[in-house]
Design a protein around this ligand. Structure first.
Ligand code: ME8
Length: 526
């Protein structure tokens, strides 16, 4: 939709973490990108100019080691694995506008430019690092954060093993930023979400910050430090910079930079909040760049109650679950099942229950019943309503209140509450069908039947429009079945009522029931 329709609406820039290319993508990566995809789609439908960025984090010791283990040159290895993330975006219909790779020239240029800025500001000095490092997390840890592992190794709070590292290193004067960061959090209360995470970050910063080692000399797979070829940049400094690279940094006058920076939202998992909520705003403030508006740290998925890991052998393949349950179904499940921010458990039972109850029974049956009754009893045309009764007005008012409600929930990443609100109207519409009993009116009062079916078709249309960001395929089919033209599928179309008189085709259910493979007896959703 053109920006001209909503000139008052601000552009929206949303990012996922850039994923390490040490391994194939799994459900955790998909979850983060999905949440961003839903927001990006919502904002576009709501008339905003959107930039949705994802990509791959390709430097560092962890990726270098994985390449070596695969017997490949790091660049060839990252080319191959990065492509698997792109392919996944297509398979899950992620609508990202850009896909960044940290090995691209635009990113090398941006990272070196940011380094210069930090150096000019006097926030970088040369020293030597002697301390603990976890390659798995690509993170430095203080002695006080570690515990003893079973094999005599020390373990970071994340569970990763740490090694002792001693090497010359450049440092960023993070210790000097403690008070300015605390002031920044105080002045920007929405910067870190959810609140529990914000409190954790604040107490960590209050506990004191050590200067941060930002270069390495013991391996080569990274971006060279300007003017010192013995050093490569610490992979997190390189990685975080991706968010400004993608909007044209170092050209702060670039149109994209002016439109989209500061980013509206960096979506991350809780494992990498410290990097985004402490290091990143400190780097940016030091370089004279405004920090992003918000960082949301979401929770962790387990499977059937167990941590998802390769060693447990329970990794959820993002292609398998789509084949098994359907893309829209899984997209819906992941965002409906748990309050966003909390941890969640993926279980077959819970998935099937959402698929059959919420989708097939509640939404699917509503749409199918309404469309079939119109098809059969209104000569296959959207009927014209007669005079509205209070019950009709109440039904329409409930639907009309959805856009502002969902918009406000999604502005704070309340996916589950947004879906709860949508399903409350679905429930109300199902009760309205039962109370009004249009199949009885067909014989007793056909004009009243037409009004009831019109009200219901309008409610289904609004629900289909508003659930598009979550379930782009089923809703597209529903809007097709309601004969909605392509230019009446964004949220501007909610400000007008459904037009009467359009012919509709014979409806087909769009939310199939899940049938256990051994008991394939049921079919269809209506
Ligand atoms: O950390 N549940 O990349 P990464 C939910 N390259 N989310 C999960 C998850 C799970 N079980 N497992 C992974 C990196 N994630 C860095 C980021 S950004 C400048 C650099 C998601 O490949 C979650 O978003 O290890 C987590 O933060 C991210 O994958 C980590 O991806």
């Amino acid at each position: 939709m053109s920006g001209a329709k909503h000139p008052e609406k601000a552009p929206y820039y949303i990012t996922t973490p850039i994923y390490y290319v040490n391994d194939a993508p799994h459900i955790g990566h998909v979850y983060t990108t999905l949440s961003c995809d839903v927001l990006a789609r919502f904002m576009r439908l709501d008339g905003r100019k959107v930039k949705f960025l994802t990509g791959t984090d390709e430097h560092g010791q962890k990726v270098e080691r994985s390449a070596r283990a695969a017997g490949m040159d790091p660049q060839a290895f990252t080319d191959k694995v990065s492509q698997t993330f792109r392919d996944l975006s297509a398979a899950w219909q992620f609508s990202n506008d850009d896909f960044i790779r940290t090995t691209e020239p635009r990113h090398v240029e941006a990272s070196q430019a940011l380094w210069y800025k930090l150096k000019e500001a006097g926030d970088i000095y040369l020293g030597s690092y002697a301390g603990w490092y976890a390659v798995r997390d690509e993170a430095f840890y203080g002695e006080d954060e570690l515990t003893d592992g079973p094999n005599g190794k020390k373990i970071a709070p994340s569970g990763a093993e740490v090694d002792w590292v001693e090497e010359p290193s450049y440092f960023f004067r993070l210790s000097a930023w403690q008070d300015r960061l605390l002031a920044f959090y105080r002045d920007n209360p929405d910067f870190i979400a959810p609140d529990s995470r914000r409190n954790e970050v604040i107490s960590f910063v209050k506990g004191g910050l050590r200067d941060l080692s930002i270069s390495r000399t013991t391996f080569k797979w990274g971006i060279q430090v300007p003017d010192d070829p013995d050093h490569i940049m610490y992979v997190w400094l390189d990685a975080l910079t991706n968010y400004i690279t993608a909007v044209g940094y170092p050209d702060e006058n670039a149109q994209e930079f002016r439109d989209f920076w500061p980013a509206d939202l960096h979506m991350v998992g809780k494992d990498i909040l410290r990097f985004h909520a402490i290091y990143w705003p400190a780097f940016l403030l030091a370089a004279g760049i405004t920090p992003p508006k918000r960082v949301f740290a979401h929770g962790w998925w387990t499977k059937e109650g167990q941590k998802i890991s390769k060693s447990v052998g329970n990794v959820i393949d993002p292609y398998d679950i789509v084949d098994h349950y359907g893309l829209d179904q899984v997209r819906y499940f992941l965002l409906r099942e748990v309050p966003f921010g909390n941890d969640g458990d993926f279980s077959h039972r819970a998935m099937v229950s959402r698929m059959n109850n919420d989708l097939a029974n509640d939404f699917g049956n509503l749409a199918q019943r309404v469309l079939s009754m119109i098809y059969k009893n209104c000569e296959g045309e959207i009927p014209a309503p007669g005079e509205l009764m209070p019950s009709d007005e109440a039904m329409l008012a409930a639907a009309d209140s959805l856009l502002p409600h969902v918009r406000s929930e999604l502005s704070v990443q309340g996916f589950q509450r947004a879906l709860d609100a949508l399903w409350a109207v679905i429930g109300q519409a199902n009760r309205y069908v039962d109370e009004q009993a249009p199949w009885v009116l067909r014989k007793t009062d056909p004009a009243r039947m037409a009004t009831v079916l019109y009200v219901l078709a309008e409610v289904v249309r609004q629900l289909a429009l508003l659930t598009q960001p979550f379930m782009p395929n089923a809703t597209e089919r529903l809007l097709d079945q309601l004969a909605q033209p392509a230019d009446a599928r964004d949220f501007a179309a909610l400000s007008q009522r459904l037009a009467s008189g359009r012919a509709i085709d014979k409806p087909q259910g769009v939310f199939p029931r899940y049938v256990e493979p051994e008991t394939q007896t049921e079919t269809g959703d209506a």
